[in-house]
Design a protein. Structure first.
Length: 169
């Protein structure tokens, strides 16, 4: 039977994070549309316009890449945290997180995801002068923090579905 580390390595190495990124983007689209947002050439929060409000395969390559970053990063975070665990133990950990019983770990995960986001943006030449979210996780506004955590929870849900399919639950 596959252990948690191997399962998460396969998720990364076999590109399952791609499907997760697509699903996450689709959920984000649906949320934004339900909030009254529409497509616009430039992001305008007051007018509720956003250029990313389009299907995943129509996004610019850099936006697709950023969307893939979160599931990859979440899987890697847990890969290092659960090296010796079984899939059942990983499933229990995910259940605890989703039930709000592991807030400290979820906060650490949000910080880990955000730090990888920052690394990516730094490589593209962004700075604290060009983006308001180029700060350490603890200094983010609550909305941005909650978004990093929410998208991480979506990845955990996706991984949990894969685990359940794998172990036959």
């Amino acid at each position: 039977m596959t252990n948690a580390y191997s399962f998460l390595s396969d998720f990364i190495n076999n590109g399952r994070y791609e499907e997760c990124a697509l699903r996450s983007h689709t959920r984000w689209l649906n949320t934004k549309f339900s909030q009254g947002w529409t497509y616009g050439e430039k992001r305008d929060p007051e007018a509720k316009k956003n250029p990313m409000l389009r299907p995943f395969d129509e996004l610019p390559a850099d936006a697709q890449s950023l969307n893939r970053l979160v599931p990859y990063t979440v899987a890697n975070f847990f890969r290092t945290a659960v090296k010796e665990s079984s899939l059942g133990e990983l499933d229990e950990l995910f259940e605890d997180i989703l039930d709000g019983k592991r807030e400290e770990m979820l906060e650490q995960l949000g910080e880990y995801v955000h730090s990888h986001f920052i690394i990516r943006l730094l490589a593209e030449g962004e700075t604290t002068k060009t983006r308001r979210d180029m700060v350490v996780f603890q200094d983010l506004d609550e909305e941005t923090k909650s978004w990093d955590i929410q998208i991480s929870l979506e990845v955990i849900e996706f991984l949990r579905e894969d685990i359940r399919a794998s172990i036959g639950d």
